[in-house]
Design a binder for this molecule. Sequence first.
Ligand code: SF4
Ligand code: MSK
Length: 651
Amino acid sequence: MSSEEKKTKQLNFRDVSTCEATIQMLQKAATDGVETAFSRAADMKPCPIGADSACCKHCFMGPCRLVSKDPYSKVGVCGATIDTIQARNFARVVASGGSAHTDHGMGILDVFREVVKGNIQEFQIKDEQKLRDVASSIGIAVAGRSTKEIAVDLYNELEKTYTQVEGEIPFVKRVPPKTLELWRKHGVVPRGAMREIMEIMHRTHMGVDQDYENIVKQCSRTALADGWGGSMVATELSDILFGTPKPLVAGVNMGYLKEDHVNIIIHGHEPLLFEAMIASANDPANLEKAKAAGAKGIQLLGMCCSGAEVLGRHGVPHAGNFLSTEAVIATGAVDAMAVDVQCIMQALSSMSECYGTKFFTTNPRAKIEGAAHIEFNHHTPRESTEKIIAMALDRFKNRPAKIVIPQRRDLGVHGFSHEYVNYMLGGTFRGSYTPLNENIINGRIRGVAGVVGCNNPRVKQDYAHVELVKELIKNNVLVVQTGCSQIALAKAGLMKPDAAVLAGEGLQEVCETVGMPPVLSLGSCVDNSRILIACAEMVRVGGLGNSIADLPVAGAAPEYYSEKAICIGQYFVASGVYTVFGVTFPSVEGTKFHQLLFEGLEELGFGKWGFAKDPIEIAHMMIRHIDKKREALGIMGERERKLFSMEDRRA
Ligand code: SF4
Ligand code: MSK
């Protein structure tokens, strides 16, 4: 028996995941002698100095390692202090995470431009109302103008999000005036994402910016260029091109793989590949080919954020979140997995080889050594998706005899957007956040929490997401979700209206009246921008203060692994939101840098960071913050409680 087999046998998969389907497939993979991120994590001890961000390899006089226990006892060869080193490391994480979202947004912007010019026929402007709403939100005239005229202006304006070298990115026009005033005072309003990311890379080069406070300012400016820039462009243009999500019932989990169908999984982030794949999979000619191959049809499934994009928009089933991407291959039922960008483990390629799954990279920015590449060209999107379908059909015909599909299917309501929340609460003619604000003021809803982010094999899969959200709703905190976190809650059954029974009395009343779940699924990682817009709207409607920092809201990413998550955290903090992360935090407690992130930023009027590993502790940190904000707003005492009826809503 090899040492690898011994390790895998020693790992109790119930200790590393709460997802039944994933546990079943991890056990199968171990029996098959195949390793996964869970077994590799058990075998890879994290470097404690790196985990604290107390080392620097920004030049070749180093690498320099400082001592986390006594961080001011030593400096790097160049004299860099622990605060400079941590701030520079943090800044590069923000730049990397922010560049992922902004480059994703730029890919959508490219397609939007080509659609507007008439160079792409496959995609069209699907939501003209949203086009008009987005355009007018940034000052583009819409009255009496054609869709094409507005779209051309919108393209030209949104391109500035990336390329502008001076001024303010377009979507800052949506930021509450008090919040924007604070940003201007501290010089953190983004000019253009490319400039901010370039500047962060320059400033963190050896011998440039060596003042941690100044570096953190640039972290905020770069992160804001993601949240109110690249990510917001990605969300808004995806809605315009592919439709703004509206709640629908959709399924999550591996049980949606079908043994008698050709199963194709799309994994990654940008919605373009998936949208083209939906068209190919529904093409009668391909369905005929599938039948000829002996299949009853073609079953498409999503994973990670590619899946989250189409789960809410079209109701395509979602096979699982980040840490299930390897496990699903072990079913043997996946005929093809096609990936684009972000969160794609390199090991998926060899894993697919073990189970005979056809694995394809599709994006020229993201190839994997040894993996087949079928390039996706947005001018001719169906060319690549047709090839992928043909390869999947081929694999279906030659499937291995042993297929094991975990019989777990979880239905829930997905596809809440800022627009739908507006409508849901106020109705068609009075669409407004007023009822939400009123219910927060009267105490039925204590506050709003965004629980988002990834899985991380250093902590038990989905456990912190689910326990944190349960504790929040029990305490009357309405939860909004994106990314892999929402998939964890969908699997736990909390995306259903009847999950309101788990909520506190006030939140339960509101959910039952409106007919909504206590946990709202808002989409992919870039759709965290929907939460920013919702916060801005809560401020605009009134009664909860003048800036985002006044709102009784908080955010968390209890199982994050990604640099993108840190960037998201930083743009929420810079926007005024208290944001708590789990797993680990890249700083040494007690340093000036740590103090700035965890306290100092709030003293300046921004939000602040928090950290805890235990989900119940995270929940109560968030609740204490929400209560602090309620206290400051003078709405701490509950008002008279009465049923929130249709008459109340009309009144
Ligand atoms: Fe060491 Fe300074 Fe070079 Fe970093 S920049 S590796 S601290 S000498
Ligand atoms: S996919 S960034 S693991 S949420 Fe967006 Fe999931 Fe995190 Fe990737």
